[in-house]
Design a binder for this molecule. Structure first.
Ligand code: COA
Length: 282
């Protein structure tokens, strides 16, 4: 029996709603606290494939249904039940999971925001950190719970937290398995900010609209450059960034940099220090 569920669309384990240019992608297994099973992997893959080409979706938000963002990988359906699968099919599932959770998300063509509405454990950190930005409900609960059930934070969880948390914070939560709330997550800069739960939707929408106003081609170049230069030395980073800047400007079909400069210097229509140039003619 084949376990390849790719290409079957979404709507059961993952739902999609597009509101004013913002695609709200919701993990939809609230009874299982949105634990990530193969169904979520397949449907997230399908929805991300589709969103790449949907012009009406400019910013992607990933959130969860009910009281959970996600309780991490599904211990039963993702780990235990797949042990009996042919190894190549299990490997394929794990690779698909890595793609939607972080590898592809980090370099996704469109900006991504994690809206952490509730429980967020283990593998869900990969999604959280894979997204460009994150806003949490103040009462959301986070935890690197792996140690509590006898494994290390694997997949790419330990690497992910080492990129955004301080060594003391990362080691503390990896080793104790204690939980922390949205406010603490914001203090640690694991998320950009925490807001009361009833303001999460509005706050994420506001951030998404800010991103939507920018030159999308350049936004893509900027986030890609950030991830690459983190792994480089200073001299390589300088060479890369200068070349990347040139290629981004060269390949910008809207000629954004020239417009932005002219609207400021010649037309005196706006101040780049205070907001984005007018892209309405693009
Ligand atoms: N894998 C598989 N099933 C999970 C799950 C997970 N990661 N997280 C929750 N579920 C299931 C439960 O087994 C339960 O299923 P059931 O209704 O068939 O019994 C259902 O979701 C609800 O979970 P429950 O524990 O009753 O909910 P709760 O609100 O009391 O507690 C959590 C929520 C998130 C604190 C708790 O479910 C939990 O600790 N989950 C595991 C978190 C974790 O360690 N994730 C890391 C994985 S790498």
């Amino acid at each position: 029996m084949s376990h390849d569920g790719a290409g079957k669309g979404w709507g059961e384990n993952v739902t999609l709603a597009i509101e004013d240019g913002v695609a709200w992608v919701t993990l939809n297994r609230p009874d299982k606290r949105n634990a990530i099973n193969p169904g979520i992997v397949y449907e997230m893959t399908a929805v991300m494939d589709a969103l790449e080409g949907m012009d009406e979706a400019e910013v992607i938000v990933i959130t969860g249904a009910g009281n959970a963002f996600s309780a991490g990988q599904d211990l039963k359906e993702y780990f235990r039940e797949t042990e009996a699968w042919p190894p190549h099919e299990r490997d394929k599932l794990f690779a698909m999971n890595a793609a939607w959770q972080w590898r592809r998300t980090m370099f996704y063509r469109k900006p991504t925001i994690a809206a952490v509405n509730g429980w967020c454990f283990g593998g869900a950190f990969q999604v959280l950190i894979g997204c460009d930005l994150a806003i949490a409900a103040e009462d959301a609960t986070f935890g690197l719970s792996e140690i509590n059930w006898g494994i290390i934070p694997a997949g790419i969880v330990t690497k992910s937290v080492s990129m955004v948390m301080s060594q003391r914070d990362a080691m503390y939560y990896i080793m104790t398995g204690e939980t922390f709330d949205g406010r603490q997550a914001a203090e640690m800069k694991l998320v950009n900010k925490a807001v009361p739960a009833d303001q999460l939707h509005a706050e994420v929408t506001k951030l998404a609209q800010t991103l939507k106003a920018k030159n999308q081609h350049v936004l893509r170049g900027a986030k890609t450059a950030y991830h690459h230069v983190r792994q480089m030395g200073w001299d390589q980073a300088l060479e890369y960034l200068m070349a990347k800047a040139d290629s981004t400007t060269f390949r910008d079909r809207t000629q954004g940099a020239a417009k932005g400069m002219s609207q400021f210097i010649d037309e005196k229509r706006y101040r780049p220090g205070l907001g984005a140039y007018d892209r309405s003619g693009d």
